[in-house]
Design a protein around this ligand. Structure first.
Ligand code: AMP
Length: 176
């Protein structure tokens, strides 16, 4: 875990003053680091029945595709507003630094399908909570949510656990 943590680059004051941006591109670009990240994100769900992984744009796509392959299930993209070509449903959410909308294809999930949500980082949990709502509204059942990084002081993982969602992160950083 410490080895993986060392591969995450921290960029102070990006994208705005006061934010410590945890840049996982350095971890994903490291062959052993990427392999270990995917193995560790997959591990808690190996024995659980998962029908599909839902990855949140954009870093959740890189991770989610690889995790879905390991679990032998399909991949569902959750994208920023206006990017998906078919009929969508959307949810507004607050970011650590702004407001946005994410969308899912209305027919992406069949009723009762068991879904694992994947993103690179959980901060306030606004994005992940919006993803949980989208999956639930399309008839899916959220089995868990997995991230590389948790920022526990921002309370996102706690928020998901309070919603009854099993939540895993490979590492945590203090502060914002
Ligand atoms: P939140 O909705 O507050 O949990 O924010 C999580 C989303 O915003 C994830 O998709 C992250 O990629 C991005 N994000 C928020 N804060 C940071 C940060 N400090 N460093 C890198 N990415 C962040």
């Amino acid at each position: 875990m410490n080895d993986l943590k060392r591969l995450v680059r921290t960029i102070p004051d990006y994208p705005k003053p006061g934010i410590m941006f945890r840049d996982v591109t350095t971890l994903l670009g490291d062959p052993q680091g990427f392999k270990a990240t995917i193995a560790q994100m997959t591990e808690p769900y190996r024995t659980k029945p998962i029908d599909a992984v839902a990855g949140i744009e954009a870093r959740g796509f890189i991770l989610g595709g690889a995790v879905a392959d390991r679990l032998g299930c399909g991949f569902i993209p959750i994208r920023k507003k206006g990017k998906l070509p078919w009929k969508t449903i959307g949810e507004e959410y607050s970011l650590e630094y702004g407001v946005d909308v994410i969308e899912i294809h209305e027919d992406a999930i069949k009723k009762g399908e068991r879904i694992l949500i994947i993103d690179d980082l959980i901060a306030t949990g606004g994005t992940a909570e919006a993803a949980v709502k989208l999956v639930t509204r399309t008839g899916g059942h959220v089995i868990g949510a997995a991230f590389i990084v948790d920022l526990p002081e921002l309370g996102g993982a706690k928020k998901l656990k309070a919603l009854g969602i099993d939540c895993h992160a490979l590492m945590a950083f203090d502060g914002h």
